[in-house]
Each structure stands twice: as C-alpha cells, then as structure tokens.
Design a protein around this ligand. Structure first.
Ligand code: ADP
Ligand code: MG
Length: 351
C-alpha cells in the first residue's frame, strides 16, 4: 500500500515537469502564431471600373493568383455578353432573332438565357416580359443613352398598336430553335445584366476557386467570395429619392446577389412628368405605383428579372410571390412607403 503511494507520488512530480515544458511550449507557440496573425496583412483588393451593358461596372477582386488577370477576364466576359445580346449590334444573337421571319437556331448559351427568361415571365404572369421589344423601342428606352435621342410620349393608339405586337406567349424555344409569332421582338434588358454577373462570378472562381470580391454593375451586385475570405460585405440599398449616398437599408452578404430596379436609372421628363424605363406590359406605360425594388437571390440572373417583375407587380403581390420564386425583397412605393418580404430581415444581421 505504502509503496504504491510513494510510487504514484514520484510519478506526479515527473508528470508535472513534463507538463511545465508542454505548457511553456504551448504558450510560446500561441504567442508566435498570434504575432504572425497580427503581422499578416489582410488580403488586398484590386478594383477596376469600366462601362458595359449601359452602366458603370466595378470589379473588385482579391486573389493569391494574379487578380489583374481575373479582373480583365471578367471585363472581357461582360463585353462579350453585351455584344451577343445587344439590340444595337446588327450581328448580335438578339438582333438576328428579331430580324428573322423564320425560326432561328441559337447556341446553348442563348437558349439558356431565353428559356430562363420565358420561365420567369410565366412565373410572374408576364410582369417580367422579355418580348416587349416593340413597346420599348416605341418609347425609345433602347436608345436613351445615345446622344441624338429625342424623347417623346407616344400616343395611346401607338401604344395599343405596339402592345398588340408584344408578349412572351408569342415566343417558344425547343431544342435550341427560337420561334416567334405576331411580329414580337425580344428585349432582354431586364435579365442580361444579371446573367453577365453570374458568368463573371463563375469565371473568377474558375480562375481561382479561392478568389474573393464582388462585381457591381450599376447597383446590381454579385458576390465572388466573402470579404477577406470569411467576412460579410455590407451593401446599402439606395434611397430612390435621396442624394447619391443616401440609403434606405443595409444588408450583409457573403454570397449570392442583390439587384435593384429604380425609376431613377433611365428616364426622361416631359412637362414635369417622369417617364422611366420599366413598363407595365398590361398598360404599355411606365409603372407608377413603384419607384424602387431590390431583390436578394442566389443567382443575379433571377434577381434581375424578379426585381423588374416586382416593380411591375407592386409591393403587396411581390412580398408574397418573390419568396416563392427564390427572392427576398425590399420595395418602395410612390408614397415612399417601404415593404419587405419576411426573409429580408435574415440579411440584416451578420450571422
Ligand atoms: P436596369 O436595367 O436599370 O437595371 P431593369 O433590370 O429593371 O433595370 O431592366 C429594365 C429594362 O428592361 C428596360 O430598359 C427595358 O429594356 C426592359 N423592360 C422594361 N420593362 C420591362 C418589363 N416589364 N419586363 C421585361 N423587361 C422590361
Ligand atoms: Mg431587372
């Protein structure tokens, strides 16, 4: 009994010595790594600004590979998509489809964008309608950025005539063949920017899966990766009637996209009345009951089409429909009243 006790006493003393050494080692390692962490610079962000798809484009990237190469590839992708889907380029896929009297065979990418546009048109009961080309060009919103643009308000009968040659129900696509009837014309202006943002993110991640940053195409934002690899990006929702820099709300995102449609982006004023670029496909006139809509969604393409649809539908419908279609939203009506979907508050906290 006694022997056993003394034996265990010896053992305790021996263990303590080892423990001290271990503790000392542990503390020095802790100090070493804390110092390393303190000294280690946070990743730097490189950014570049350009003009594409009728808006200012800002690409912000941090990567241990060459961020410049990633930014340039992203900008190239934006210009490629702009060319392919533009209404002003004679040889764009959209111009070719719009000119043709016959069904047109398109590549996989164009088919994908048109198919998604038609799906979202059906899901929003045509509030988002990619076949409003004749109405949009009657108002001139397809040419509004051109220097010789001369705004005028069309007559009711002109609007009626244009509306009779509009509507996504006149467009079908099967096995990559687009068929259009009733002389309708495509205008993908409310979805292509979102598609370009999704492609930009995909390209950045292909070049470096660990790249972080974001793409901002005129307040339509897609996240490439969380800030400094783990933190949230704070994103302010612009006050549609405030000065630039005034905001309504702030949300926090590490991924996904946030897209805003506003009546202040492209418009002209005649006799004190503002005529803006988001048209109600039922009336043919610019929507009056909404002045701004913002949608958060995993894909920028969906967020883009949904923000336009929500603009047309108004806050009452949109706060119910948008979450069903995968979007959370903040809507501002013409009295400046804001409404948000239930899930919007999820993004107001850093979780
Ligand atoms: P922005 O391009 O300013 O971000 P939107 O995404 O809402 O705004 O797209 C508006 C553009 O979409 C218009 O310039 C026009 O080309 C087209 N458009 C206008 N009204 C509709 C609509 N109801 N459905 C689909 N496209 C529309
Ligand atoms: Mg849109």
């Amino acid at each position: 009994m006694f022997k056993m006790q003394s034996g265990s006493k010896n053992q305790i003393v021996k263990l303590s010595k080892n423990s001290w050494i271990l503790i000392l080692l542990f503390v020095s390692l802790l100090i070493f790594f804390s110092l390393m962490l303190l000294l280690k610079k946070k990743p730097e962000y490189l950014s570049k600004v350009d003009i594409a798809l009728g808006t200012t484009l800002k690409v912000v990237v941090s990567s241990e590979k060459d961020p410049r190469l990633i930014i340039d590839a992203v900008l190239r992708e934006f210009h490629r998509i702009e060319k392919k889907f533009s209404l002003n380029e004679q040889n764009s896929d959209i111009s070719i489809i719009n000119r043709s009297k016959q069904p047109v065979e398109v590549d996989e990418e164009t088919a994908f964008v048109i198919e998604r546009a038609l799906t979202l048109a059906r899901a929003t009961d045509g509030a988002f309608d990619p076949a409003l080309g004749n109405l949009i060009s009657l108002w001139g919103f397809d040419r509004i950025n051109q220097t010789d643009f001369n705004p005028r308000v069309p007559t009711d009968s002109e609007i009626e005539a244009a509306l009779s040659r509009c509507g996504y129900e006149n467009v079908s696509i099967e096995k990559g063949i687009v068929t259009m009837s009733n002389d309708v014309k495509l205008d993908l202006g409310a979805i292509v920017k979102g598609y370009a943002i999704d492609r930009a993110i995909a390209i950045a991640r292909e070049m470096d899966p660990l790249a972080t940053g974001y793409v901002d195409a005129g307040r339509d934002i897609g996240i490439i990766g969380a800030k400094f690899k783990g933190e949230y990006w704070s994103i302010a929702v612009q006050d549609p009637r405030g000065d630039s820099g005034d905001y309504l709300d702030v949300v926090y995102l590490k991924k996904g996209s946030i897209v805003t449609s506003g009546d202040y982006e492209r418009f002209f004023i005649i006799d004190g009345v503002r005529y803006h670029h988001i048209l109600n496909p039922k009336t043919g006139y610019p929507v009056r009951k909404t002045i701004s809509t913002t949608i958060i969604s995993p894909d920028a393409m969906d967020a883009d089409a949904l923000s336009t649809a929500a603009f047309v539908l108004g806050s009452e419908f949109s706060s119910v429909l948008m979450p069903v279609l995968g979007g959370q939203g903040l809507f501002v009506d013409e009295q400046l009243k804001t409404t948000q979907t239930q899930g919007w508050s999820f993004f107001k906290e850093k979780r």
